[in-house]
Ligand binder design. Structure first.
Ligand SMILES: Nc1ncnc2c1ncn2[C@@H]1O[C@H](COP(=O)(O)OP(=O)(O)OP(=O)(O)O)[C@@H](O)[C@H]1O
Ligand SMILES: [Mg+2]
Length: 358
């Protein structure tokens, strides 16, 4: 019932916005729009790899592809934001969209702190108004809002919603309802650490060794540091090929010796573990069967099947519970699933072993 009311309200809002838009088109002075995107300037940020993912996103964004909502998922620091912005920039250059909105989902919660009545929709609309940059036009606030709302219906729009996991479940539902009300030419890419079920999705994995070497050489270009193959290999294992970890390691190298940097990763003693790995582990550390599964898998160095994991965790008589647990941990990007086998993310494994949580 709630969905029907919401859909109906969105429909009415769309009609009203369309009418106001048409009225605004009949203005004596046409409205000038100078900016069609609000992507953060990242051109100075070095970007490597992800060719396969970029090509999959290009296919998804093609007007001939009927799917409208896609997702990019992966553990914190794997490069979801970087990929979204890279693809967004590409769309700006190719002019494949008229209107490109980048919306960091944490803005929703931020705006809620300031003004209780602000919701996701308000944030998206105010971002659109800001992006459309009406300053050359003498428009009232309600005209601006109508124009911004109508833009979603009149223009070919790309909406990049970054970090959906940083919002509450009710905000996520509000967003999904809004997205479902948008016309079919609108494309939406959502990024989240925790996987959600969408018609099209990409799971981001570690950089390959070659991509990692490219990134590290770039990061160390301004210093005199030269990594031997052996050290480079060691650092790759310890950072798990996670781009954020690689950048952190290279910035630590500006202050610390290589031995100390390697130790900081071996002992999970740096901000990456504090801010990315620890919070998600804490969510599960006292929850059965997750605690048992995490501990068991931390001691496995190779991919293992569900029955093998169940057996090692002493849960062979409750395979269904194990399956539920593995599915959820995979959705959280703590595990990798390859065919029917699972493996703990190397940084998560390192963290659990160094802290020996139970
Ligand atoms: N393909 C890449 N090439 C070079 N650097 C990268 C790449 N991907 C990510 N990085 C770097 O790694 C760091 C983390 O990337 P990013 O912020 O995109 O991760 P994220 O998955 O969005 O993380 P979070 O879940 O915390 O939002 C950034 O400093 C970014 O510049
Ligand atoms: Mg991000």
């Amino acid at each position: 019932m709630k969905e029907i009311i919401l859909a109906f309200t969105s429909f009415l809002a769309a009609i009203l916005a369309g009418l106001l838009y048409n009225r605004s088109l009949k203005r004596e002075r046409p409205i000038h729009i100078s900016i069609i995107h609000n992507l953060p300037a990242q051109s100075s940020q070095f970007f490597t790899g992800r060719a396969k993912e970029i090509s999959m996103l290009r296919d998804f964004l093609s007007p001939t592809n009927p799917i409208t909502i896609g997702g990019v998922f992966g553990i914190g620091g794997i490069g979801k934001t970087s990929l979204l912005i890279k693809v967004g920039q590409e769309c700006v250059n190719s002019k494949s969209f008229d209107f490109i909105l980048y919306i960091p989902a944490r803005q929703f919660s931020l705006s809620n702190d300031y003004k209780k009545s602000d919701g996701i929709l308000d944030t998206i609309i105010s971002t659109a108004i800001y992006t459309l940059d009406f300053h050359q036009n003498k428009l009232s606030d309600s005209e601006k809002e109508a124009f911004a709302r109508a833009s979603f219906f009149q223009k070919r729009t790309l909406l990049l919603v970054d970090g959906l996991d940083e919002t509450s479940e009710s905000e996520q539902n509000e967003l999904v309802n809004f997205l479902l009300s948008l016309p079919s030419q609108t494309k939406i890419i959502i990024s989240s650490r925790r996987k959600i079920d969408l018609p099209f999705s990409i799971k981001l994995d570690a950089l390959t060794f070659d991509e990692y070497r490219t990134l590290i050489s770039q990061e160390l270009a301004s210093t005199n540091t030269n990594l031997s193959d052996e050290i480079a290999e060691k650092l790759y294992q310890l950072t798990g090929g996670l781009p954020l970890a690689v950048r952190l390691a290279t910035s630590l190298l500006k202050d610390y010796s290589m031995e100390t940097v390697l130790r900081k990763f071996k002992k999970s003693d740096n901000s990456l573990f504090e801010f990315i790995i620890k919070p998600v582990i804490n969510k599960y550390r006292n929850k059965y069967p997750y605690n048992k599964l995490l501990m068991t898998m931390a001691h496995l160095t190779n991919l293992a099947t569900l029955p093998e994991i169940a057996h090692k965790a002493g849960l062979a008589d409750n395979v269904q519970l194990v399956e539920e647990g593995l599915v959820n941990l995979t959705k959280e990007s703590l595990l990798t699933k390859n065919d029917d086998k699972y493996l703990l993310h190397p940084l998560v494994r390192g963290y659990i072993l160094s802290k020996e949580i139970s």
